[in-house]
Design a protein around this ligand. Structure first.
Ligand SMILES: [Zn+2]
Ligand SMILES: [Zn+2]
Length: 347
């Protein structure tokens, strides 16, 4: 079932790089769907908070009843992903962002190699050493640094703020340093955003991200229950953030959370901003947050500037892409300028 045309209107304006909107000179196929009925607007308003609050509530309820947290995380995440798939069909954001079969195949393999393997490898390599070091530090100090006496939600909030600092800094570095960009480009290589694309990462990047994000909090003696709740939170947040679903909750969220609207700008070809993974507070502090005043101005040029057709679309090719001669995967700046001038002449 797709969105009915009587309820939708096509947005044909394209954002220009100077922040203004320009009309597309050529006929543009339906891109961003706008919903006008009250029921659709209410749905757009409530989807995001519901997709976060309900899974987290269910998670705490089941864990409180004694269920094993990793099993609860897996089960709740699975149900959330089914719901996201249904919402992408019945309430999409863009008709162009429906993934092809090869996208789904590649991303499904990424789910195992990029999500499960790097984190468990990191745990296997460092966890014992870090926990022992943390105990030594606490023993030497004679008190615990981590506020274990705080309510679990307060501890989760502290973890979110601390780990987002590492996440935002690391993510910024992947865009700043060419050697890190080689691995991060795999995530940006998708020209579409849908929930499964949130999992498309090179495992090297996720392993390095785990080193940056988890190491400091484990050394500080972070509570394992809060860490588990954090895993649940980022699972549902990351997938909802990338989902091809029309979500327009209160704009206030855009100052606290790395909402889908902000992250879509991060994935646009010509604007580098919004490095936050789940909170936007550090983007506000570092002045890297970008969100136009008008919500109607939204990016439609998702992907990497100058990426050629040679960039691999399959999982194996994406694993090897960071180690290939990058000149094969991207046009030179001169070629990009030539392409842009041809595109301008065509308008
Ligand atoms: Zn990025
Ligand atoms: Zn992303």
């Amino acid at each position: 079932m797709s969105a009915s045309t009587s309820e939708t209107e096509v947005l044909t304006r394209r954002p220009s790089t100077d922040g203004s909107s320009v009309e597309a000179a050529t006929t543009v196929e339906p891109e961003i769907i706008r919903y006008h009925s009250t029921s659709r607007k209410v749905l757009s308003f409530v989807i995001f908070p519901t997709m976060i609050v309900v899974p987290m509530t269910v998670y705490f309820w089941l864990v409180g009843r004694g269920y094993w947290p990793p099993l609860v995380i897996f089960s709740v995440s699975f149900v959330a992903m089914v719901v996201l798939t249904i919402l992408e069909i019945v309430h999409p954001y863009s008709r162009y962002w429906v993934p092809h079969g090869h996208d789904v195949r590649a991303d499904a393999i990424h789910m195992f190699t990029s999500e499960l393997v790097p984190y468990h490898l990191y745990q296997f390599m460092f966890n014992g050493l870090l926990v022992a070091t943390s105990k030594k530090i606490m023993g030497g100090l004679g008190f615990e640094i981590w506020p274990h006496h705080w309510p679990i939600l307060a501890q989760l909030a502290l973890l979110l703020v601390m780990m987002e600092f590492s996440q935002t800094s690391f993510h910024w570095a992947t865009h700043r340093f060419p050697i890190l960009w080689r691995i991060h480009a795999v995530h940006h290589s998708s020209p579409k955003l849908y929930w499964l694309a949130s999992i498309r990462f090179h495992p090297t990047e996720n392993w390095l991200a785990a080193v940056c994000m988890v190491t400091p909090v484990v050394l500080l003696g972070a509570n394992i229950e809060a860490m588990m709740a954090f895993s649940m939170f980022i699972n549902v947040f990351g997938t909802t953030q990338h989902a091809n679903i029309c979500m327009t909750p209160t704009p206030l969220f855009n100052y606290i959370f790395a909402m889908p609207e902000l992250h879509r700008w991060h994935h646009s070809k010509d604007i580098r901003c919004n490095y936050g993974g789940y909170l936007s507070i550090w983007d506000v502090v570092f002045r890297t947050r970008h969100m136009p005043k008008s919500r109607e101005q939204q990016p439609d040029n998702i992907g990497i500037e100058g990426m050629t057709e040679k960039f691999p679309k399959g999982w194996a090719g994406q694993m090897l892409a960071p180690f290939r001669d990058q000149r094969e995967l991207y046009e030179t700046p001169a070629q990009q300028r030539e392409q842009n001038s041809v595109a301008t002449e065509d308008r």
